[in-house]
Design a protein around this ligand. Structure first.
Ligand code: ADP
Ligand code: MG
Length: 345
């Protein structure tokens, strides 16, 4: 008998889930990104027990066709890219076609959806079983609801690594904050154990956006911040957002949001550039606070570096670094003229 066997789809998905689904926060990230990719304008999150017991996300996006529902839950099935070249210019948040398959292999997942223009809604359920998704008719307005119950109920080893409800909720809330900062045009509501924690209306005007930043990052940040709005004609790079005054420095790097083409990332090049711009105005061991948006040609940045897409690779990292450094340095210099004496790169 052959000793080499194909993994069952469920086991393959559970192994893949190890990469993408670490805790309730990772589920929320994937589900919210899907909802945003579907063009939603209003997102409602209901979470129980830090997301361990329940995560329910309801959106008003395009919805999923009845025929596509079982596919949405299978691995490597996506509507977002069709060929390798599409990766070069991917603008959607998802594209690996793995999230729903992974999540459904380690939880009790129900997906209910009604496609635009469709008369009925349909529902699929899986319970960590092989992907024999059962379709049934359901009542739902246009859009989708994904319900994830009992995360890791069938993978006790993973479940053991979960922290307290409170800690898990903090991680999950952080994901919601990041996405709320990345999409001012979308309304967000987050409830935990029935209590409304965040209620964010769509924000188009600058004043409304600042109100959202204040409610996500705290009013002190926006009161003590400087506005950044720089565009470089030649390279097409643009940097917008808010940076904390040097006097609003933090003991931890806990208020640092950086978005590249709308996607929140952590990147050494970026962190270094910002640090350097603040070098002469911050005390040793203090950290700057910022909410910044870098936009550039998608072809100049590779987002397919890691499954969670937290990292990017800039094609011209020196150019990006210097642009960020100079933009921030100049804004700080405008309130602190003496900072201008720092030699430019
Ligand atoms: P990916 O986002 O990488 O394509 P997912 O497993 O997260 O992979 O989702 C699979 C597919 O299911 C998506 O490509 C999309 O077509 C569909 N989908 C998932 N969630 C939603 C949603 N909230 N609204 C509409 N379509 C969705
Ligand atoms: Mg996705």
């Amino acid at each position: 008998m052959s000793r080499i066997q194909l993994l069952s789809p469920r086991l393959a998905n559970q192994i893949a889930a190890g990469e993408v689904v670490e805790r309730p926060a990772s589920v929320v990230k994937e589900l919210l990104e899907n909802a945003l990719d579907a063009g939603s304008q209003r997102l409602e999150l209901d979470v129980e027990q830090g997301g361990i017991k329940l995560i329910r996300i309801r959106d008003d996006g395009d919805g999923i066709e009845k025929e596509d529902l079982p596919l949405a839950l299978s691995r490597h099935a996506t509507s977002k890219i069709y060929e390798l070249e599409d990766l070069e210019s991917v603008v959607s948040l998802g594209f690996r076609g793995e999230a729903l398959a992974s999540i459904s292999s380690v939880s009790r997942l129900t997906l209910t959806s009604r496609r635009v223009g469709s008369e009925h809604a349909w529902q699929v359920q899986t319970e960590g079983r092989d992907m024999e998704a059962q379709l049934s008719p359901a009542a739902h307005p246009q859009g989708s609801t994904v319900e994830v119950r009992d995360l890791f109920f069938n993978t006790p080893a993973r479940r053991k690594f979960l922290k307290t409800e409170n800690t898990e909720f903090k991680h999950l809330e952080e994901i919601v904050k990041r996405l709320a900062l990345s999409r001012f045009d979308v309304a967000f509501q987050l409830k935990h154990n029935g209590r409304v924690i965040h209620q964010l209306k769509p924000a188009t005007q600058q004043a409304e956006q600042e109100r959202r930043v204040a409610s996500v990052c705290g009013p002190a940040f926006i009161e003590q911040s400087l506005r950044v709005d720089v565009h470089a004609e030649a390279s097409g790079l643009s940097l917008k957002g808010w940076i904390g005054l040097p006097t609003f420095s933090r003991s931890q790097a806990d208020l640092q949001y950086f978005f590249v083409n709308g996607r929140m990332i952590r990147d050494k090049v970026v962190t270094h550039a910002v640090r350097q711009a603040y070098a002469d105005v911050l005390f040793h061991g203090r950290h700057p606070a910022y909410v910044l948006y870098l936009d550039l040609d998608p072809a100049l940045v590779d987002v397919n570096v890691h499954p969670t897409k937290h990292e990017v690779r800039f094609r011209e990292s020196r150019l990006v670094h210097d642009f960020i450094y100079r933009s921030i340095h100049r804004v700080i210099g405008e309130v602190r003229p003496e900072a201008n004496s720092v030699p430019a790169l």
